[in-house]
Design a protein around this ligand. Structure first.
Ligand SMILES: *[C@@H]1O[C@H](CO)[C@@H](O)[C@H](O)[C@H]1NC(C)=O
Length: 520
């Protein structure tokens, strides 16, 4: 163990004595399982260090965890089913933004309406908390809990930052080289890509500010009436003590951050892989040196729901490969399943990817999957479906450890050929290993980093000294529009004066000339 690691571990043993257990309210109501999977090891890590954690979520613990209390909001699954059902409908940009914001609004409402939340949290004087941790995903009315409990608030984003999360701490993201998460562009954009990025960002911003912020303000005033007049929601939304991002410069594009925005990409990854279930281990071992391909479309998209024609195409293609394939498939039955394919509803994904016989990961390109494949140094074939998946897959391509295909358009031959390239051309796995080495080279693990910064905020009472002054400026002052306006005004005024004087001079000269003519 290097000395610095040892020192940090020692520090971690000593720190609990310096800090009393805090009461922490965590609000992670999103019904997509991967978002909660990302944060729950961190929340349990806080509980293990003696803090009392109350977690509002949709995936309660199956066994009791010490210092950890669930408030379950199962109603959120209703809005989720609706959004998943409507994903494929085509919309213009404005409608797309409204669609997503409607979903976030309905999740927010569901939490505030939940009986347990009302009983245990909203009733005045019932509970007290020293810290609020929320998933920062346009659930602004929920930031009211910070005002309600007069406690500092930390935001966690499971996909990195965007213009909306930036506003919580005043982070700057120049849109000339920071692409919109949903746009599928990289940090090196052509002129027209920059135009596209600008327009799309402006549409998203306007949609949020004009339509959805007022709706959240209304919700906030309705559910937190005793505090809403003292602390307006717009102020709460600019008063985050800390934002933790599930992102890292070695995984993504390098970019600037303000001091209270910290990268903790791979928050969920455990230090050591666990042994695999016997059946899986044997199947993987049995493949020998030809290796195994792991194929999973994540927890939201179900392979079993793919169109029949696509399923048959995939089966034929997989049957023609020399490798064995593990396919996350959610049905017991898969007619025509070739002998080299092993299906299961669930795989211990990080442990599978850790296996040396696994050569390739065919993925939907979700961020957690992407981070896991980098962590374990495995190349990827990306088949993106929605949201940030296009961006993640584009990054994998640009970095050189992956290739992408359009899952709706690709032919079986293209699918097989791309798999062969990724396995047979060594550059892909070499790049994946290089990325892994860069990613793992950090002073503390992402989870230790997150816990350290969380306790930093507790130790320093919200750590207001990290908050940048931008948070107190208006839009006009922040962008120096007033200064530019003044300077432009002065310049225009001077031009007018010069023009006026010149005209006077010329006129009087002309006048004098005329006078002369007349006199002759
Ligand atoms: C902002 O947060 C600090 C703690 O970091 C708190 O003392 C202050 O009251 C908050 N301001 C508003 C307007 O909520």
């Amino acid at each position: 163990m290097p000395i610095s690691r040892l020192f940090i571990s020692l520090l971690f043993c000593v720190l609990p004595q310096l800090l009393e257990g805090a009461r922490i309210l965590a609000i992670f109501p999103f019904p997509g399982p991967s978002q909660y999977i990302n944060v729950v090891p961190y929340l349990k890590g806080l509980a293990a260090r003696g803090h009392q954690v109350t977690s509002v979520n949709a995936f309660p613990q199956k066994k009791p965890v010490e210092n950890f209390h669930d408030i379950v909001v199962p109603e959120v699954f209703q809005s989720y089913e609706e959004i998943i059902a409507d994903l494929e409908i085509s919309r213009n940009s404005w409608e797309e933004n409204s669609f997503v914001n409607d979903f976030f609004l309905s999740v927010t409402k569901t939490v505030l309406q939940n009986a347990k939340v009302q009983q245990e949290l909203l009733q005045p004087g019932k509970a007290q908390f020293d810290l609020i941790i929320v998933e920062a995903l346009r659930t602004d009315a929920l930031y009211g809990f910070a005002a309600h409990f007069n406690a500092p608030i930390i935001g966690i984003s499971t996909f990195g930052t965007d213009w909306n999360i930036d506003e919580l701490v005043g982070n700057t993201s120049p849109i000339s080289y920071i692409p919109l998460i949903t746009g599928g562009l990289t940090d090196h954009m052509t002129y027209w890509e920059r135009v596209h990025n600008f327009v799309e960002t402006a549409i998203a911003w306007l949609n949020w500010k004009l339509v959805y912020v007022p709706l959240h303000v209304k919700l906030y005033e309705q559910y937190f009436p005793h505090i809403a007049h003292k602390k307006p929601l717009v102020e709460l939304s600019k008063n985050f003590s800390l934002v933790l991002l599930n992102q890292h410069f070695s995984l993504s594009f390098p970019r600037p951050y303000v001091p209270n925005m910290i990268e903790v990409g791979g928050l969920h990854i455990a230090h050591k892989p666990a042994p695999l279930p016997k059946e899986m281990e044997e199947f993987i071992q049995g493949a020998g040196s030809t290796g195994v391909i792991y194929f999973s479309l994540g927890s939201n998209i179900k392979s079993k729901d793919l169109p029949e024609e696509r399923k048959q195409m995939l089966l034929q293609a997989l049957a023609s490969l020399p490798q064995r394939v593990l396919w996350k498939f959610e049905d017991e039955q898969l007619p025509n399943k070739p002998p080299n394919v092993f299906i299961s509803k669930w795989f211990p994904q990080p442990d599978i990817l850790a296996h040396p016989n696994v050569k390739l990961f065919i993925t939907h390109g979700g961020l957690l999957s992407t981070i896991e494949s980098i962590h374990h140094g495995k190349p990827v074939l990306g088949l993106p479906f929605f949201y940030d998946q296009f961006l993640n897959v584009e990054r994998a391509k640009q970095a050189g450890f992956g290739l992408a295909l359009d899952h709706k358009q690709m032919t079986g031959a293209e699918f097989v050929q791309t798999i062969k390239r990724l396995i047979n051309e060594p550059k892909f796995s070499e790049t994946a290993k290089l990325m892994s080495a860069r990613y793992r080279d950090q002073p503390m693990s992402p989870q230790e980093t997150a816990i350290w910064w969380t306790e930093y905020v507790l130790r320093h009472k919200g750590a207001p000294h990290m908050r940048i002054a931008a948070q107190d400026l208006s839009f006009v002052a922040y962008h120096s529009l007033d200064v530019v306006g003044l300077l432009l005004g002065v310049a225009v005024l001077m031009l007018v004066i010069i023009f006026y004087l010149l005209q006077r001079l010329l006129c009087s000269r002309g006048g004098a000339g005329k006078q002369k003519l007349k006199n002759q």
